[in-house]
Design a protein around this ligand. Structure first.
Ligand code: FE
Length: 337
């Protein structure tokens, strides 16, 4: 038995020396886009750091990191939506990252001390061209107008995309007005909330709903779709950039941060800096039809170009994160299930 124990010890020693030579990065990601493969391969090519990637749903990954505790192998947590990053932050999972590169490249409104946004998306209004008059919906506020009685469709009020939208409205109009708005929208519902953003777009195109809100990349995806029925569907809806004469269209982000328990901190910071590089920004944004967080990076994307230019809300994403809990409470009180 002694010799087999020795063999195990030798094997263990072998494993340790191998890992000491090879630099790795353990990435927990809630992004699942095929184009991200090229993004990660490019990092390994540039730095020699191998990426071990675990992909799962946001909540599963957060649960896993918490369960793994101090022994977690995770270096980086990547996800979408400020509300979700706020949740990870609130759980105390992120470590503060000081990096000149990140400070210079990522605008201050798109980062917190603990996490960074790498791409942005807009939450726009889609309307059925036949059943909703163009002038009737120009702002988020209009979704609560009696003119749209029985015409508004929505996904759940508990979904992070809607939580972050509410968080922005709280910042702009205060909690009381934001709650009044939520009650007005609920009173206008065509049906109980269900489905994702793409389902809302489909229902608007089919005429089951008059208006809905959706993240911009779902619209871009349908506009760029190879299926003719998707493109035909898009001909039946108009895309409205809300609040162009006031605070601008609500913007959310995709981003990530380094975990407090990260075993490979140097690789982790390198990876975050890489995500802010020109190359990575293009992969990161164009792969999912988003806009780069780094202002100087130009993305050539026909669908985004077709959607046009717009005034984006300049609210810092950290504010969205801060208002997330109040936002959920308002949806609950307003009965936006
Ligand atoms: Fe999404």
């Amino acid at each position: 038995m002694k010799s087999s124990r020795l063999l195990l010890a030798l094997l263990a020693f072998g494993a340790i020396t191998a890992s000491a030579q090879e630099k790795v990065l353990n990435l927990y990601s809630a992004r699942h886009y095929q184009t991200d493969e090229a993004l990660y391969a490019n990092f390994t090519r540039q730095t020699g750091i191998r990426i071990n990637r675990i992909e799962a749903k946001e909540d599963e990954l957060l649960e896993r990191i918490r369960n793994e505790g101090a022994n977690s192998p995770a270096d980086i947590f990547l996800t979408v939506d400020a509300a979700r990053l706020a949740k990870a932050d609130e759980l105390g999972l992120f470590a503060a990252v000081k990096s000149k590169t990140l400070e210079q490249r990522i605008p201050a409104s798109l980062r917190s001390p603990d996490w960074f946004a790498f791409s942005t998306r807009a939450r726009v209004i889609v309307a059925n061209k036949d059943t909703v008059k163009a002038g009737d919906v120009q702002n988020y506020e209009d979704l609560a107008s009696p003119k749209l009685k029985g015409k508004v469709c929505s996904r759940s009020g508990s979904h992070p995309y809607n939580i972050s939208l509410m968080a922005a409205l709280i910042a702009h109009m205060g909690e009381a007005k934001a709650e009044e708005w939520a009650r007005g929208v609920v009173a206008n519902f065509a049906r109980a909330p269900k489905g994702g953003d793409t389902d809302q777009i489909k229902s608007v195109a089919a005429g089951e709903c008059g208006v809905a809100v959706s993240n911009s990349y779902y619209l871009a995806r349908l506009l760029r779709s190879e299926k003719p029925e998707d493109r035909r569907m898009m001909e039946r809806v108009s895309i409205i950039w809300p609040n162009q004469n006031s605070f601008g269209t609500h913007i959310n982000i995709s981003g990530g941060g380094m975990l407090k328990t990260a075993p490979n901190k140097e690789s982790a910071v390198k990876f975050l800096e890489y995500l802010a590089s020109d190359d990575a920004q293009r992969y990161f944004a164009d792969g999912n039809n988003e806009w780069p967080a780094v202002a100087s990076v130009v993305v050539k994307n026909p669908a985004l170009e077709a959607m046009g230019k717009f005034k984006a809300d300049s609210l810092p994403v950290a504010t969205l994160a801060k208002n997330a809990v109040a936002a959920q409470r308002i949806y609950d009180r307003a009965g936006w299930k």
